[in-house]
Design a protein. Sequence first.
Length: 322
Amino acid sequence: MKQMLLYLGDVKMNIVYIREAHENGNFAKRVILKIKGLLGIINVEKKNGKILYYLPILKKQNISKGKIKKISKKIVKKLEKDGINNIALSKYLNSLKELKNNLYSENITILNGRHLFKCLAKEIIEYILKIKNEGIHKLEISILINECNEFNQSLVMDLAKEVRTLNIITNHINKWSKIEENLYNNFGILLNVSNNKSNSLKFSKLILNIDFPSELINQYKMFNEAIIINTLQKVNIKNKKFNGININYFKITIPEKYKLEGFTNEVIYESIIHKKGFNETRNIITNDKIKIKKLIGNSGYIKENEFNTKHLTKVEEWSSIK
């Protein structure tokens, strides 16, 4: 991909929003759309400070694999010409797995809300605690995290300042032990770093999974009624005795000024904070007053009363990780 940015009017384009054409009953416009489809023409439009590519396809069409492949090539060619590598897909296009796979194979980044999920860890925890009428300052959290980059370090330190106890479970104990030392020396905050598959999560009631995939998290013995927040990807807990809450995605409300027809709030808002540092991201989220609307598990939306049976901050039940 070319390392450049396309300017359209006063818009600097480093993310493109791609959607299907608008539904329209006008016969002449449908004929024009069909011609554009044959020619592979992608319309470009500026809207609310964003750049949109409109593909010459409709939701109601039965799109063949051959046509998807052809459209994919046109998208890639257009993105290369414009020097863009990051895209947001409409809800409909996001449902076309073959289209996404074709774009992924060209090393194009498709925003999916997962980075935003991680950035909203505090809001998600507060959402759960509000339902349960419990406070974050009495909370013990275990974080599953391997990558020790600057963003993840800031996230951990930010949460560590809020909760009573923070446990880090990681394969990179040496790297995270330095963060443990820094937090204690500079802020007087205790951080427990460990990686015992038998005991690290045995008593953990709230688990924030930053980057452990399914095959790794299932190697650990977990508290059977834990609440798990999986930010990286959907995780299935294989332990048949597990009777906790497995959170795999989320829904949010966002300011009206950001909304874009055909796109999910989560993908749109991720494009707002894309590639920004932790502090800047948190400031934007706070200023926009982003709220969690719903949390999603393996079987759909999680009902609020499901959280009420899970005790997180009862002092007499705390167990420190050894």
